[in-house]
Design a protein around this ligand. Structure first.
Ligand code: SOE
Length: 381
């Protein structure tokens, strides 16, 4: 019997447009899914570039206005991979038109914007998901299983970092492809929404809600050349952001994100310390989970380096033979596979828009605390 088709309309063709396109292409090759994603149309303002992108990735058609994409009866799902300032308007319009919506992180530029997006998809009753892809690194997914199995006992500490160095140069302009991330009116914030949001999404999933934060942020380079005008422009994004906080389960939080850690390109790390066990993970070595079990105290004391390449590790039986590895792009493929599986089973896969809003309540509290220099409570999504 042929599978039900699910027609996708993608908005945006930058870095994330590529990761999403690859995921829609690959997911049905490697996972047995209840729906077959059909890459119906891609929308972007520049017709030539959009056509080139469509030809390269196998999108069937091109629109130069996302509104046209939403009007089309042959599109079931709108996938948003355009800059942050477009997310809310597109998602709300798509939900109103009865389309399912997937949205690149962060959901909105602020929690206020994200809340409107949550209301829209929930009122319309349409399936929705935010692309927090790193949850679907097999080592991270397995860590979630280990925590849920009660192997850590009471949790004392959760710490996480995301370190990059790509904005250190004062010559780097603001605006244009990728560099809209430096323009707060488009991005909403700097590393808090772009990088720390990944750490927070993962932490909320693994260790539950964060209830209060005390933060500091810094803008190291306060003026850059505007790509469009050639003029100097004032920069207001947070270049670095750090906070301490408390989780609802009583554990302490320690988080840091920056684009000014010379030598680090994407060092995403986490460590969790519980009464019975600890674990740590690092994106640069993504298929390894470091695990310490208190049961082994004594002469067998030591950290176990678990290589996540066997069939009994999450997602791995769908890939190659035991011992062979997967990488960054696979996290997006897993996300499509989980989304479609959830659609088929009626048990929606996370993170939903509401989960994305929970992250934004934390990032909003972080940015507020950095301003007020006080502890700030985190709203509940
Ligand atoms: C920014 O540098 C960036 O590309 C983020 O936008 C992504 O979400 C992150 O996964 C890698 O870094």
């Amino acid at each position: 019997m042929s599978k039900k088709e699910l027609n996708i309309g993608l908005v945006g063709y930058g870095f994330m447009g590529r990761t999403h396109s690859n995921a829609f292409r690959q997911a049905p090759q490697f996972f047995d899914l209840p729906y077959k994603p059909v890459m119906k149309a891609v929308s972007a303002r520049n017709a030539d570039k959009a056509q080139k992108f469509a030809d390269n990735w196998g999108w069937e058609s091109v629109e130069t206005d996302w509104k046209k994409l939403i009007e089309r009866d042959d599109i079931d799902l709108i996938d948003i991979a355009s800059p942050n300032d477009t997310h809310a308007e597109i998602a709300i319009a798509a939900a109103k038109a009865g389309k399912m919506v997937m949205c690149e992180k962060p959901l909105g530029r602020t929690a206020e914007e994200a809340k409107k997006m949550v209301d829209a998809v929930e009122e319309a009753g349409v399936a929705n998901m935010v692309w927090y892809n790193y949850r679907r690194v097999p080592a991270v997914t397995m860590l979630k299983d280990l925590i849920d199995e009660g192997r850590f006992g009471r949790i004392f500490h959760y710490r996480s970092q995301f370190l990059q160095d790509w904005t250190i140069s004062t010559d780097l302009p603001v605006g244009g492809e990728g560099l809209w991330r430096l323009d707060a009116s488009i991005s909403g914030s700097g590393v808090t929404g772009d990088l720390l949001a990944h750490n927070i999404d993962m932490a909320l999933w693994l260790n539950g809600p964060i209830v209060e934060v005390s933060a500091a942020t810094e803008t190291f380079i306060k003026e850059r050349k505007d790509t469009a005008t050639g003029e100097k422009k004032t920069i207001t994004i947070d270049d670095a952001s750090a906070f301490i906080g408390r989780f609802e389960n009583g554990s302490l939080a320690l988080f840091e994100a920056t684009r000014y850690a010379r030598g680090h390109k994407a060092l995403f790390t986490l460590e969790i310390n519980g009464e019975k066990a600890s674990a740590s993970w690092d994106l640069h070595d993504l298929h390894h989970l470091q695990y310490f079990d208190y049961k082994n105290e004594g002469k067998l004391r030591g950290w176990t380096d678990i290589q996540m390449t066997d069939g009994d590790h999450p997602y791995m039986k769908n890939w190659w033979v035991p011992g062979l590895q997967i990488g960054y792009e696979h996290t997006f493929i897993h996300q499509v596979a989980d989304f479609l599986t959830g659609l088929g089973s009626g048990k929606p896969a996370a993170p939903s828009f509401r989960d994305g809003l929970a992250t934004e309540y934390v990032t909003d509290a972080v940015l507020k605390s950095a301003q007020t220099r006080k502890w700030e409570p985190v709203e509940t999504a």
